[in-house]
Design a protein around this ligand. Sequence first.
Ligand SMILES: Cc1cc2nc3c(=O)[nH]c(=O)nc-3n(C[C@H](O)[C@H](O)[C@H](O)COP(=O)(O)OP(=O)(O)OC[C@H]3O[C@@H](n4cnc5c(N)ncnc54)[C@H](O)[C@@H]3O)c2cc1C
Length: 429
Amino acid sequence: MFDVIIIGGGAAGFYCAIHIAEANPKLKIAILERGKQVLSKVKVSGGGRCNVTHAEFEPSSLVKNYPRGEKELLGPFHIYSTADTVAFFEKRGIRIKTESDGRMFPESNSSQTIIECFLSEIERYGIALLKSSSVVDIGPHKDNKFGEEAVWQVQSVKKVYYAKRIVVATGSNLKIWGLLEKLGHKIVTPVPSLFTFNINDVRISGIPGLSTHAKIEVLPRQMMGEEIKSRFKSRIGGALNLTSEGPVLITHWGLSGPAVLKLSARAARLLNEYNYRFRVRINWMPDYHKEGLLSLFNEIKKIDPKKTIYKTKAIDIPARLWGKLVVASDIAKDLKWADVSRKQLERLSQFITASEFNVEGKSTFKDEFVTAGGVDLKEVNFKTFESKLFPGMYFAGEVLNIDAVTGGFNFQNAWTGAYIAAQAIGKSL
Ligand SMILES: Cc1cc2nc3c(=O)[nH]c(=O)nc-3n(C[C@H](O)[C@H](O)[C@H](O)COP(=O)(O)OP(=O)(O)OC[C@H]3O[C@@H](n4cnc5c(N)ncnc54)[C@H](O)[C@@H]3O)c2cc1C
């Protein structure tokens, strides 16, 4: 019998095991992992570099990066946050560096550094690592084999284990969510988050790799806009934030980049209901609105009448994008500012400040993707990460209905939940 069984040998599972052992070294702890390998997502994370966390040290700002979990993580982040993560690794000799966009990586630029740290820690603490042990059933211990002590029984494909406490850290795993549902927990239906938008449109074709700062918003569907809006208001706490601003990357298939990924996370559920067919509006120059830009163009018309519009971009927008939008506005490549019509300038201003595009599907973002959905947060005590329904059962990581935008925040959720659950377990035994 174990004191604690952790189901899932991923980021949250390892972090939790290490911290339980640190809090109470006498405890007998086991990690049950389905696969032959552990920490496989950590391995591929951040393009193999592992973006461990983000340089956002203020809990109230940090939570803003969690479309699901914002309210619930505020308290936990006051207890264990990004600075604690950095301190954990640095204490173990892993230097963490910050990139200009705030993402934090091991200085080695290799996720293997993190994996080796975790593996050596569990060895140091004598934590049992049971691989190829897929868990197929979880339930309260029935046959009372160990008296009052054993509370849980965990059935793997190999054998049944008993434990006083269990931590479910299985990430986005449908089977485990099914088991939890069978036990009585509510599971919020999983849908993808962090994806890119497929768009086929002349205004952005032939210029892949171009990145620019822009504002992008999802337009409500005319037909069922109100209906969907009201349904979503109740689910996401009233705030329908379907806008995002930041770098937008034009790709071979459509649009990607931080602003698009952030929007895909915020609107993950709505876009799933739309079956990933919807419209977006983009302002390629968020400091301008259509009328302001039109007056600027009229000024240029007076100042530079002999120059061609195609070659004289009047604003700080990438030249290749300017060229695309000029052509799409029916302005010939050799047309001079003096000869352009008001209608043409209006169209150009419209395309720059409010281009509308049809999105026809999504693509997976390779560097980081997560699932929105999981154990309903109302059924979890966020002071301990313990189930409110089943004392002695704890959750950490992506198994919960918590997910973040890209940038190291998803791991931070795993570290924070794992740490807090570990403290609670360490104290309770
Ligand atoms: C390609 C990619 C790159 C990413 N990069 C980043 C990044 O750089 N920064 C960031 O913050 N986030 C990143 N993420 C997200 C991040 O990896 C996850 O949020 C994080 O791994 C969640 O940790 P977890 O422990 O909850 O789940 P996981 O890491 O998925 O671990 C769950 C573990 O449970 C095991 N398991 C599942 N079912 C069972 C079962 N029945 N029995 C036993 N074991 C089971 C799984 O095999 C797995 O090992 C990335 C995700 C992907 C897919």
